[in-house]
Design a protein around this ligand. Sequence first.
Ligand code: GLN
Length: 486
Amino acid sequence: MHDKTLTELAAALAAGEFSSRELTESLLARIDRLDGELNSFITVTADAALEAADRADAARAAGKAGPLTGLPLALKDIFCTRDVRTSCGSRMLDNFVSPYDATVVEKLAAAGTVSLGKTNMDEFAMGSSNENSHYGPVKNPWDLAAVPGGSSGGSAAAVAAGLVPAALGTDTGGSIRQPAAFCGITGLKPTYGRVSRYGMVAYASSLDQGGPMARTAEDCALLLGAIAGHDLRDSTSVARGVPDYREELETSLSGLKIGLPREYFGDGLAPEVEAAVRDAIKVYESLGAEVREVSLPHTELAIPAYYVIAPAEASSNLSRYDGVRFGHRCENPTDLVDLYKRSRAEGFGEEVKRRILIGTHTLSEGFFDAYYKKAQQVRRLIRQDFLDAFEDVDVLMGPASPTPAFDLGAKKDPVSMYLQDIYTIAINLAGIPGISVPAGFVQERPVGLQILGPHFAESRLLNVAHRFQQATDWHRRQPAFGKENA
Ligand code: GLN
């Protein structure tokens, strides 16, 4: 059962091949056997999952099953869940149990899905390798010496290893697409505002967006339909109808105009990754697409602008963790200032502290104009680059990451880690959607093809990704790790 896609599982449940309880039990057993090594889950909610599976089976028996009823999935531990700890990968929230569910959690439960638990992540979603988690690093099932990518590394590794058919992640600067690429799965970052952020622990509020991670584009379409939509509790969510994202999956790509941004094929791109991406583009040509080169001239400013804006917003968002209302509190504080200082010093990890310091500095009097304001102006130019490119082409394509997954411990210098985000970060600054699909391997480590579209072009992106998956089988490959222990 663990090697089936979400769509195949939905069909099997509907046909009565097995029950949601049987499926849930089998995946929980697999998590039990394999996750000690992978570390992709922070919390496994076995009892609640079995209860939800029984409810789903009962709903099916009563003729009340929907398309997602009884399907298992996992949630990045950044989504608030009532009665289940939401740690956000941090010691600060190690003891935090939210009094409410995030909107997407509520929606998925209402659709009848079965959550198996909360997945590991970089602390407060800050990272590109999942090595910044208070709960230890996650390993990449394709090669246990490699990182799974970050910050949604637990979600990506769990899906790739067949512990769960799909998971939710969040993407502030690449955290759905890059781990999807590193783990050989499909991950979609929706348009900013498409999916409610209510109950999603805030990192950088103008960039954060939740989205689906699964084996196929078809599965992502199924999940996106369930989580997208306007939410009165998130004023940045957009009041716009939610289409059935599966409706356009089969649309022909004949005449599709693909732009290849020159800046995404330059220095720093590993030649084997480039070769895999160029092969993928050839597949598109054989499907009738037209390919041309385009330019996104402000690309090199994306990392500096992001690493001013994201830490600035983070320093503000993270000021709420003061040891008073919730989260970690130090022992025996001598006074209020001591309580603040020690609770924060003990609760936050190194990378989070670094970002709080950077953000506080760039927002401070005398530096605000030079850094934060400037970065916002650059952000506008970056957004305009994309709008201009989409005047001429339907979608943009390139690599999701300049290299395949790197070794655990290989990037000790924070700047070398930030440079990993070169192809993903501008997309969040512009607010547009992007998807990463499996497109080959470099020595057993997966390569992701990134496809970008204009605001709210999710149906198109899913269609373009789906047609590729009908023509290739990269997304069907599975790591030896799960098989040996199957
Ligand atoms: N790697 C980027 C960062 O560390 C993006 C993380 C994310 O998308 N959450 O900020």
